[in-house]
Write a protein that binds this ligand. Structure first.
Ligand SMILES: Nc1ncnc2c1ncn2[C@@H]1O[C@H](COP(=O)(O)OP(=O)(O)OP(=O)(O)O)[C@@H](O)[C@H]1O
Ligand SMILES: [Mg+2]
Length: 172
C-alpha cells in the first residue's frame, strides 16, 4: 500500500510519517527530497520564499509500494490512501512561530489551514482522503490510528472546518 501524509506545514507530517513507517515496516519517503533530486523544481517564488513545483508532474510520479510519503504536496501523487493532518489554527500558529518562521509565512500557512487548502486540492484531484485532527493527539497515537484504519479497512474521516470559529484569524 502507498500512503501519502499531507497537511499544512506544522501539522506534524514528518513526525507522523516516521512513526507510521516504523510501525508498518514501510519505507519512509521525504517528498521535498524527491522533488529536489528529481528535478521537479520549476523556479523560486522570492516573495513567498518557496519553491515552485509543477503539480502535474507529481500526478505522474511513481513511488514504491509499501511506502509512506511525507509532504504538503503528497496529495497530488498517485497513492492508495491520502491522510490530511489538521491542526487548530491558534495552535498551528504557535508551532510555526516556534520554527522561527517570519510573520508573513506564518500567516500564509495559518490561512491555508483555516481554509483547508490541502483537503480541497485532494478533493479536486479525485483522491480518497481522510482528515485527522492532530491538535490533542501525539504523533504516535496518530500513527496507531492510521494503522488501525488500514487493518480494519474502515476509513472514517473527521469533518474538520475551522472557518466558522477562526475566520477572524485570516489575514488579508
Ligand atoms: N501531534 C503533535 N502535537 C504537538 N506537537 C506536535 C505534533 N506533531 C508535531 N508537533 C511539533 O510541531 C512541529 C512541526 O512538526 P513537523 O515538523 O512534524 O510538521 P510538518 O507537517 O512535517 O511540517 P513541514 O511541512 O514544515 O515539514 C514540531 O516541532 C513538532 O515537534
Ligand atoms: Mg516535515
Amino acid at each position: 500500500m502507498k500512503i501519502a501524509i499531507s497537511g499544512t506545514p506544522g501539522t506534524g507530517k514528518t513526525e507522523v510519517s516516521k512513526e507510521l513507517s516504523k510501525i508498518l515496516n514501510y519505507t519512509y519517503i521525504d517528498l521535498n527530497e524527491l522533488i529536489e533530486k528529481g528535478g521537479l523544481v520549476e523556479g523560486f517564488d522570492s516573495k513567498r520564499k518557496s519553491k515552485i513545483v509543477d503539480t502535474k508532474k507529481l500526478e505522474k510520479l511513481e513511488i514504491p509500494d509499501n511506502s509512506v510519503i511525507d509532504g504538503h504536496l503528497s496529495h497530488f501523487i498517485p497513492v492508495d490512501l491520502v491522510i490530511i493532518l489538521r491542526t487548530r489554527p491558534n495552535i498551528l500558529k504557535k508551532r510555526l512561530e516556534n520554527k522561527g518562521w517570519n510573520s508573513s509565512k506564518v500567516q500564509e500557512n495559518v490561512d491555508a489551514e483555516i481554509l483547508g487548502i490541502c483537503s480541497s486540492e485532494a478533493e479536486d484531484n479525485g483522491q480518497k482522503f481522510v482528515e485527522i485532527d492532530t491538535t490533542d493527539k501525539n504523533p504516535r497515537e496518530i500513527a496507531e490510528l492510521i494503522k488501525e484504519m488500514i487493518e480494519s479497512n474502515k476509513f472514517d474521516t473527521e469533518e474538520i472546518d475551522w472557518l466558522e470559529d477562526y475566520s477572524e484569524m485570516l489575514g488579508d
